[in-house]
Design a protein around this ligand. Structure first.
Ligand code: ATP
Ligand code: MG
Length: 297
């Protein structure tokens, strides 16, 4: 909850006809103005109880200003769009981060609208943009922008040039590295302006082979350790999320994998992540403001 929202709520609850302004609330939260310490203590302990029960995933942004993540591959059908939209859900709902999902709307308009409708219904900003508009989609402060790089009718080189217009922090390239059809992926990768900021994810096809790294190397894919996300992302029998219906995760396993992947990506863009234990000493020392944030307000 923002200071403004809290101020509105408090104003509604007052019975003296006066209003509590957002500035006043901010001063209380920052400890600049005195409030009734009993009331603030009560509020703080209520929140602490909530946080103890749910546990806290805390991300330390440090000096990082924002994160621009592109998900895409010149080879299609490898799960890029599901990953982009699913990671936006995880970042918002499990990690409480401000997220903007951007999808290139030139490829498959109906599908674009499904993702957009679902994300917006969950209060996640989601826009469909053209390639011309893409260059304007740079993140705001402390924001995750997740771009679903649709292939449209471009060659791998053209798609790589389009991606290279953006100052991406990380480009997640899902691919089935056991399939012989990874030439497009390779051409795409070789034409990127920042190949070092690429992370490959082995997103399996229907037949799972655990020999993918050797196979990829035999196709001269320079999968040096750092660049290769070191877990396999298996397919489920259903899409990870029921995008057109309930919007729920179709499988707990997929949700857990998306969460693991998100944590891995955080580390790759230099953000520190910590999972505070439910009754660890860390939660006992959180301030009111930190508790509000941790409780998802
Ligand atoms: N983890 C998963 N388990 C099962 N099915 C999945 C998974 N991820 C994606 N799919 C399904 O695979 C198909 C392709 O996924 P998706 O549209 O995300 O790929 P894409 O790379 O964006 O494809 P396109 O080239 O059409 O843009 C979809 O039918 C999707 O529901
Ligand atoms: Mg797609």
């Amino acid at each position: 909850m923002t200071s403004a929202a809290l101020a509105r709520l408090l104003s509604e609850m007052r019975d003296d006809g006066k209003e509590t302004g957002p500035g006043t609330v901010s001063r209380w939260l920052n400890g600049v103005s005195a409030t009734d310490p009993g009331v603030m203590g009560w509020l703080r302990e209520l929140l602490r109880n909530k946080v103890r029960n749910q546990g806290v995933a805390r991300i330390d942004w440090g000096l990082t200003e924002s994160v621009l993540l592109i998900v895409g591959n010149a080879k299609g059908g490898v799960g890029s769009s599901c990953l982009a939209a699913g990671l936006a859900l995880i970042a918002t709902e499990s990690f409480n981060q401000p997220v903007r999902h951007i999808r290139l709307g030139v490829h498959n308009h109906d599908e674009s609208e499904n993702f957009q409708k679902l994300l917006r219904s969950r209060k996640i900003a989601s826009d469909i943009v053209s390639f011309e508009q893409l260059a304007n989609c740079t993140p705001h402060e402390k924001e995750f922008v997740i771009v679903d790089l649709a292939r449209a009718t471009m060659t791998p080189e053209e798609l790589a040039r389009a991606a290279s217009q953006l100052p991406y922090d990380l480009l997640l390239v899902p691919a089935d590295f056991t399939s012989g059809d990874i030439h497009a992926t390779k051409r795409f990768f070789q034409s990127l302006s920042k190949p070092d900021s690429v992370a490959f994810l082995h997103h399996t096809g229907w037949k799972v082979s655990i020999d993918f790294a050797r196979f990829a190397r035999s196709r001269e894919f320079a999968l040096w350790e750092k660049q290769f996300i070191n877990f396999i992302f298996p397919r489920s029998t259903m899409p990870p999320v029921d995008w057109e219906g309930s919007g729920k995760w179709n499988s707990d396993d997929q949700e857990a994998l998306y969460t693991e992947l998100f944590v891995e990506l955080l580390e790759r863009v230099g953000l520190r992540y910590e999972q505070l234990r439910s009754c660890g000493p860390e939660i006992e020392s959180l301030t009111l403001e930190q508790l509000l944030q941790a409780a998802g307000h």
